[in-house]
Design a protein around this ligand. Structure first.
Ligand SMILES: C[S@@+](CC[C@H](N)C(=O)[O-])C[C@H]1O[C@@H](n2cnc3c(N)ncnc32)[C@H](O)[C@@H]1O
Length: 233
């Protein structure tokens, strides 16, 4: 599959959706939940605020944010693919008191009002966008001045380093074989391909500054395997 092709990316996540959460748990040893909670804690969403979860997938971060902004706040989860959104909606229906709604849309052009959000998150989404720089510009546009954002994803590492070798082994020897065992080999082989064209931390910082963010810091996580771009509009 060609990384950055929006139709192919949408089809991929529609195909993966029914097994996505379970695979994420297995492949991260359940730790992705902790990383996401860590990101939410760093952003400090509070009651009454309006937040976005872009590339929300099955909605775990949107639901976590919704717990923080009660009462009076709201969260919108946006994703391009229909299948993960159906799962997100089903989760939300089991917790109908949470102020969150999900909508299908493009993170590059959300159609949301400018300066309308106090904060936003994007987890494992930026790498999948056809144009990450445009994605960052759209994030800046929808945030209020002073609004905060976090972009969590795999960290693209310098080739030849021990951390990069570990990452390659993890993706090739663990992720792809496990995904293959449930019929999703090609879908997860795409992960390494998409990482190869993903900007490194310092490049993400430069793109975010160009997009107009006033504070920008890429923080390595999980021994450098993951990275979180922390932003203030
Ligand atoms: C790896 S999943 C991450 C889902 C979720 N944020 C998580 O952390 O589990 C990436 C998601 O990005 C969505 N996506 C990819 N390109 C998109 C775009 N241009 N606009 C909105 N969503 C997009 C995919 O449909 C997919 O659900």
């Amino acid at each position: 599959m060609k990384p950055g092709d929006p139709t192919a990316v949408e089809q991929l996540f529609d195909a993966v959706a029914p097994r996505y959460d379970r695979l994420n748990d297995v492949l991260s040893f359940g730790l992705h939940r902790q990383w996401k909670r860590q990101v939410v804690r760093a952003l400090r969403p509070v009651a009454g605020e309006h937040w976005l979860d872009l590339c929300c997938g099955t909605g775990d971060l949107a639901l976590e944010l919704a717990r923080c902004v009660r009462p009076g706040g709201r969260v919108i989860g946006v994703d391009a693919a229909a299948a993960p959104l159906h799962l997100a909606e089903a989760r939300q229906q089991r917790q109908p008191w949470l102020p969150v709604r999900f909508q299908q849309g493009d993170a590059l052009e959300t159609g949301l009002s400018s300066g309308s959000a106090d904060g936003l998150v994007m987890a494992y989404g930026l790498r999948n966008l056809a144009d990450p720089a445009r994605g960052l510009e759209e994030m800046r546009r929808v945030l209020k001045r002073g609004g905060r954002a976090a972009v969590l994803d795999f960290n693209r590492l310098l080739p030849g380093t021990a951390a990069a070798q570990f990452q390659r082994l993890y993706l090739r020897r663990l992720v792809v074989p496990i995904a293959a065992s449930v019929g999703l080999k090609d879908e997860y082989a795409y992960l390494e391909e998409s990482l190869q064209r993903f900007p490194m931390g310092h490049e993400q910082e430069a793109l975010a500054r160009r997009a107009g963010f006033s504070e920008v810091q890429h923080q390595p996580m999980v021994g450098g395997q993951m990275g979180c771009l922390m932003l203030r509009a």
